[in-house]
Design a protein around this ligand. Structure first.
Ligand SMILES: C[S@@+](CC[C@H](N)C(=O)[O-])C[C@H]1O[C@@H](n2cnc3c(N)ncnc32)[C@H](O)[C@@H]1O
Length: 299
């Protein structure tokens, strides 16, 4: 299937703002790349690339019209020059592969592209490029990985809701969780998660399901959910039922101006705060209330 590729040099604009605009317009994938000849330095944990000139590339499905996108982009981020091209899957895949590089989180978790040498310490997740969101490069994924790397996960059961490529679930298992449940509404994401779990040798400790198939009555010790603020608000009661009282929670996919809305919506059953911020994105972290009374008081 061909894709409509849109590229721009972010120039003076914050590349992550450009990235967000493209995502909000419906891009299936957006990635950032050094547009100059600067060496690719390992970013500090949780940071995204900070090159002096960044190339932002987005892919839209072929049913998007160039004229409509151009008008919407000129409207939202004026003064930027956009290049449009129709590309085949193969081109997209190789362009994407070139952007993958080792990422480190909290000195104990590595996400490395297939084929790269393994570091000599820490938990390692190997990732092949695929269609599903989640390579560790996106600020929201990076914040979740950073948060997971700071949790005591030994023997824990972890719920990764909105699993995409399964990266968060696999990272949790590599960090010591005994079992994980990875949930997504997108069948492609579930397939990618299964593939990545198998290649990381954790498939036997992971169940991968659509939302309706989460085991009845299951309650997990830890929740990580990288979706979108509206969905997180709607899913609040469901997710709350799926974790134990006192469970650590991390929610992202939330823009900073949306944080208060999510915190308020979840206040009936959890105490959440902005635990991390990367560009316009925040990660809310906290804990499910420990008693029924606390839950009622919050309501
Ligand atoms: C932003 S991606 C996150 C992927 C990965 N967890 C990461 O952190 O990189 C959000 C994922 O949530 C899934 N999703 C969206 N709405 C959902 C819902 N109501 N229930 C479960 N998954 C959902 C999407 O299909 C997508 O794969």
């Amino acid at each position: 299937m061909p894709w409509l590729q849109v590229e721009t040099l972010a120039g003076q604009r914050d590349p992550q703002t450009v990235e967000r605009v493209l995502s909000e317009l419906g891009a299936a994938a957006v990635w950032l790349k050094d547009a100059g000849d600067e060496p690719i330095l390992e970013p500090a944990p949780g940071e995204t690339p900070g090159w002096s000139e960044t190339l932002v590339t987005a892919l839209f499905t072929a049913d998007f019209r160039e004229a409509d996108l151009r008008a919407a982009l000129d409207d939202t981020v004026p003064g930027i020059e956009w290049r449009f091209a129709v590309v085949e899957d193969q081109d997209w895949q190789s362009a994407f592969e070139q952007t993958l590089r080792p990422l480190r989180f909290s000195d104990r978790l590595w996400v490395i592209p297939d084929g790269s040498p393994a570091p000599d310490h820490g938990a390692v997740v190997r990732l092949a490029p695929g269609m599903a969101f989640g390579t560790g490069e996106h600020p929201t994924t990076a914040m979740c990985l950073q948060w997971l790397a700071q949790q005591a996960l030994d023997h824990a059961g972890v719920l990764d809701y909105g699993c995409g490529s399964g990266l968060l679930a696999i990272a949790a298992l590599k960090l010591g969780a005994s079992r994980c449940c990875a949930v997504d509404i997108d069948p492609q994401a579930l397939d990618a998660t299964a593939e990545n779990a198998a290649s990381n040798a954790v498939a036997d400790r992971l169940i991968i399901v659509e939302p309706d198939a989460v085991p009845a009555g299951a309650q997990y010790d830890v929740l990580v959910a990288n979706i979108l603020s509206g969905t997180l608000i709607d899913l609040g009661p469901v997710l709350c039922d799926l974790v134990k009282p006192g469970a650590p929670l991390a929610l992202t996919g939330i823009l900073s101006e949306q944080a208060d809305g999510v915190i308020a919506a979840w206040s009936g059953w959890a105490d959440l705060n902005v635990g991390d911020q990367n560009g316009d994105w925040v990660l809310l972290s906290g804990m499910k209330h420990t008693t029924e009374r606390e839950t009622e008081r919050g309501n």
